[in-house]
Design a protein around this ligand. Structure first.
Ligand code: FES
Length: 83
């Protein structure tokens, strides 16, 4: 079934791109242009990705807003090492 009729992209193709690491609608667009014309398919693409099409989704969810991994805060430089 077509997800993006502007570019003739199917659900299967979106899943394949997701399995290859495209875990956001923007990454899917980068892989196959889906969502870059009228944009009416973006919600469908998001829904597909949200249904577990992307195996890396769990990893992506641990990234902060700038794509930087969310890690525990690190304390300042150790005085013993700095001296
Ligand atoms: S249906 Fe996908 S960009 Fe138009």
């Amino acid at each position: 079934m077509y997800v993006c009729s502007c570019f003739g992209i199917t659900e299967k193709q979106v899943r394949e791109h997701a399995e290859s690491g495209a875990c956001t609608p923007r990454q899917i667009a980068g892989a196959c242009k889906a969502g870059t014309d009228c944009g009416s398919c973006v919600r469908r693409i998001q829904a597909l990705l949200g249904r577990g099409a992307c195996p890396r989704r769990e990893t992506e969810d641990t990234l902060g807003p700038a794509g930087v991994p969310v890690v525990a805060p690190v304390s300042g430089p150790r005085v013993a090492e700095a001296a």
